[in-house]
Design a protein around this ligand. Structure first.
Ligand code: ATP
Length: 223
């Protein structure tokens, strides 16, 4: 199992009162899965995702990444486990504006401690795979929203993660671009990778191998 969550809960304070943004969530992601979590704005999707990748501690419950209980790891170990195995696609593409598109894709390679060019022109290959092979020398400001999203996916794939975890990767995209993103994810899962995305739209439903509905912090597997 790549990602396994058991009994996850997250309590925030709201106006001095406890407020449960996530309650009793169980979820599993394995190789070859394309998992979609579908829920409205405010239902708790980002909270869930941030807990699953170890960026936010749960109030209760546990998360295992690659079989390791992440609550038992210190910050540095948790980060390195995440960086080694999970490609995270944040809600905003989060590219660095002063780096070219190609260097943005390459960045995780350097952040992982490597020096020099990555082997076999991987960054350029990934740009080709997301349909942007001619845009590597551009800066992010020259790209459309859909193109930026695809660069963020290429960047997330740079260090060959076991799982891609994406926060609303199809939001604010025109239907053709949104389907393009889903096609990339479907191809990743078919090649044995794992994809987990949260969304409030329905573009990925047909492509998903498993679907969870999320409402008011409750996660339910759709039969
Ligand atoms: N740090 C926080 N403190 C208090 N409440 C919070 C905090 N973060 C999120 N919430 C609340 O928790 C609930 C779930 O938020 P979350 O961001 O997980 O929802 P979401 O489904 O991802 O929404 P969206 O699709 O709009 O991003 C919301 O009601 C939100 O206001």
């Amino acid at each position: 199992m790549l990602i396994e969550a058991k009994g996850l809960g997250k309590r925030y304070e709201r106006g001095g009162r406890p407020f449960w943004a996530l309650r009793g969530a169980d979820l599993q992601v394995s190789s070859g899965d394309f998992v979609t979590v579908l829920g409205r704005s405010g239902s708790g999707k980002s909270t869930l995702l941030n807990i699953l990748v170890g960026l936010l501690p749960p109030t209760e419950g546990s998360v295992s990444l690659m079989g390791e209980d992440i609550s038992k790891l210190d910050d540095a170990k948790r980060s390195s486990l995440r960086n080694a195995h999970v490609g995270y696609v944040p809600q905003s593409a989060g590219l660095i504006p002063t780096l070219t598109v190609l260097d943005n894709v390459r960045l995780p390679w350097y952040l992982a401690g490597h020096r020099g060019e990555e082997p076999e022109g991987r960054a350029q290959t990934l740009l080709g795979e997301v349909g942007l092979k001619d845009l590597g020398s551009q800066f992010p400001s020259a790209l459309s929203g859909g193109e930026l999203r695809r660069v963020a996916i290429a960047r997330a794939l740079m260090c060959s993660p076991d799982a891609i975890v994406a926060d609303e990767p199809t939001s604010n995209l025109d239907p053709a671009s949104a389907r393009g993103v889903v096609d990339i994810f479907r191809a990743i899962a078919r090649k044995g990778g794992a994809v987990l995305m949260v969304t409030h739209d329905t573009f990925s439903l047909d492509a998903s191998t498993r679907l969870y509905d999320m409402a008011e912090g409750k996660l339910e597997l759709r039969p």
